[in-house]
Design a protein around this ligand. Structure first.
Ligand SMILES: [Zn+2]
Length: 270
């Protein structure tokens, strides 16, 4: 099947600078591949904001948070803007609104390290902070897309009412139960990690373990009634589709995936 939507892209990456012509070329490649819906995860240079009208001209429904919002000193500088305290956070949400954001993107953890670093995912923020931040965004009429890895961080995001969880590596059983009983969509972005298989730069044993655990959690969340969305983090859409389909192995796969997509389209707009 040719899936027509990617719920997690970064049109700005990996390049440092992009002209409007380069943005148009990237979007045209999506269009030529039959992709008509893109949800961007934000960037720090306003590229996704410039991409929005170009995408519309091409007939692509393109949603952007403009920039991601992250805690100063933590992971996320290349994806957006940082805050020191709640007042600064609120100003960033207001700024995103003025610039025409479709939703708010929060960065609540780092990324999985396959090169010998730690994967303990020490929380950047407390539950109270994550709940206040999510609540403020909701109060302004925004849905929240949360970049998050590590079981404790994932629980915080789901408890706070985040509308989508991106990545979600290192989940535990409690996360699975919480996701299944929430309206939160999980976008596991597994193809981006699977792309490292065979690359000697990365710890291959760890990589295989993480991929196997992730696939197991995807299947569990699916079968106890959670929502899984297809987003690639700039990897291959067909690969993401294939991996999810194989992990889940359900005759209703396409129908559920499409209904989740409809929910995301409906929610992630101002
Ligand atoms: Zn991302």
């Amino acid at each position: 099947m040719n899936y027509s939507a990617d719920l997690h892209v970064h049109i700005a990456l990996p390049e440092k600078e992009l002209s409007d012509e380069q943005i148009r070329a990237k979007l045209t490649a999506y269009k030529d591949a039959g992709v008509t819906f893109l949800r961007d995860g934000g960037d720090s240079r306003g590229v996704s904001l410039r991409a929005k009208p170009i995408a519309e001209e091409l007939g692509i429904d393109y949603r952007t948070p403009v920039f991601a919002i992250y805690k100063e000193g933590c992971y996320g500088s290349f994806l957006g803007k940082s805050f020191k305290d709640f007042d600064e956070y609120k100003s960033l949400v207001d700024e995103a609104e003025r610039e025409g954001a479709d939703f708010i993107k929060l960065i609540l953890s780092g990324v999985v390290d396959f090169c010998g670093g730690s994967n303990d995912f020490e929380p950047f923020l407390t539950q109270e902070e994550v709940s206040l931040m999510t609540g403020y965004a909701h109060g302004r009429g925004f849905s929240v897309m949360a970049h998050v890895n590590g079981a404790e961080n994932i629980k915080m995001a789901v408890s706070a009412g985040a509308d989508s969880i991106e990545h979600g590596y290192f989940m535990d059983e409690q996360c699975v139960d919480m996701l299944a009983s929430s309206d939160t969509v999980w976008v596991p972005t597994i193809a981006a990690v699977a792309a490292f298989v065979g690359d000697k730069k990365y710890d291959q044993a760890l990589l295989k373990q993480v991929l196997a655990d992730h696939a197991k959690m995807i299947k569990k969340v699916w079968y106890i009634g959670g929502m899984i969305g297809l987003g690639t983090d700039n990897a291959d859409i067909d690969k993401e589709y294939e991996i999810l389909k194989a992990a889940i192995d359900d005759r209703e796969f396409d129908a559920h995936l499409l209904s989740t997509l409809e929910q995301v389209k409906w929610k992630f707009t101002k």
